[in-house]
Design a binder for this molecule. Structure first.
Ligand SMILES: [Zn+2]
Ligand SMILES: [Zn+2]
Length: 343
């Protein structure tokens, strides 16, 4: 079988890899769709992010949907042929955070396609992925693999919005309208937000935020684009920051009301924030990291048809065209969610 390795920035290679033995509690999944995430793009464009660097060839990919081809002997209730989404996170279950119920902060977590640990955890851009049976979630018959492979970013956004607290009746500003920002718009809308304004400097992305339910989209290429929200100490109860861009954070914070909440989605890097605004307006800054129970929630929501993610999927490339796929995913003016197909 083949897998897509990254060896260094812009150095993607397809190589034959040996099949991984299916343990007693494992399942083998024929990968049908695998999404390219912002973090995969960081490896592609920069060889990593922050202190996390590629130290050996890594199979990227953690937004995976496919079909069960084999189940271990202790796995019950999973038939060969079951269509599934794969939760890419495997917490250890016994470290101090796992025991406290904070599994997303597991000290020994294994996350597919990540260089955080060494040896790196090899990911899902491969024809067959072997994973623990508890990491798979069956799909409703009419849910497409394209949507199912977006369960992971949806789970990220469900957790991010949960970190903001109840959004019912709230005014919400979402800065950054890539796939994560657009999904946060969708979740906030579903959670009963009164007003959702989405920003970006890219008109193509803003169109998706509008389709996902933003009441207003604003191109912040114009310096004064948010000025009307900054008077009288701000307008929004909640800022969901999904750009990681310092300028967007500064602009966004000026629009947050006293005692508002600022949720930073994504790592962002070493960015300076205007502490005086945070302090004088008593704004609460909250991080959000991955997800835990929200993965199952994401698949349940997709299976129910309550949220429609289909418009976010813009491109699928066969895995042999992986370079083309990554170049397209990096081109924010013409793509949102780009996926690889392995079938
Ligand atoms: Zn992702
Ligand atoms: Zn743990």
């Amino acid at each position: 079988m083949q897998g897509v390795f990254i060896k260094a920035a812009r150095d993607l290679v397809i190589e034959d890899i040996p099949a991984v033995a299916v343990g007693a509690r494992d399942v083998a999944i024929a990968v049908t769709r695998a999404g390219i995430c912002g973090s995969d793009l960081h490896y592609f464009l920069h060889g990593g992010f922050g202190a996390i660097r590629l130290r050996e060839p890594l199979i990227l990919g953690h937004e995976i949907a496919g079909v069960v081809t084999e189940a271990g002997r202790e796995v019950s209730g999973v038939a060969v042929g079951t269509r599934v989404a794969v939760n890419p996170t495997t917490p250890c279950g016994h470290c101090k955070y796992c025991r406290e119920g904070l599994r997303r902060h597991c000290l020994e977590v294994r996350f597919l396609g990540s260089a955080m640990r060494f040896p790196h955890v090899q990911g899902g851009f491969r024809e067959v992925l072997t994973t623990r049976a508890e990491n798979i979630f069956p799909l409703a018959p009419d849910l497409t693999f394209e949507e199912a492979a977006m369960a992971e970013p949806l789970a990220v956004c469900l957790h991010a919005c949960a970190r903001a607290g109840s959004l019912l009746g709230k005014r919400v500003l979402v800065t950054g309208s890539g796939p994560i920002g657009a999904l946060c718009v969708l979740v906030a809308r579903h959670a009963g937000a009164l007003e959702i304004v989405a920003t970006d400097v890219n008109p193509f992305a803003l169109g998706f935020a509008a389709r996902m339910g933003a009441h207003e989209t604003i191109d912040t290429s114009d310096a004064g684009a948010l000025d009307r929200f900054t008077s009288e100490k701000g307008h929004f109860d909640v800022l969901i920051e999904a750009s990681g861009n310092e300028k967007a954070i500064r602009q966004g914070l000026e629009c947050v009301r006293p005692c508002g909440v600022f949720v930073q989605v994504g790592l962002g890097g070493d960015i300076s924030v205007p502490l005086s605004t945070l302090v004088s307006r008593e704004i609460e800054i909250r991080g959000t990291f991955r997800f835990d129970a929200e993965f199952k929630m994401a698949v349940d929501i997709l299976n129910s048809g309550a949220l429609d993610l289909k418009p976010l999927h813009t491109h699928t490339f066969p895995h042999r065209s992986v370079m083309e796929a990554f170049e397209k995913a990096a081109d924010k003016s013409s793509s949102m969610k780009v996926q690889l197909s392995f079938a």
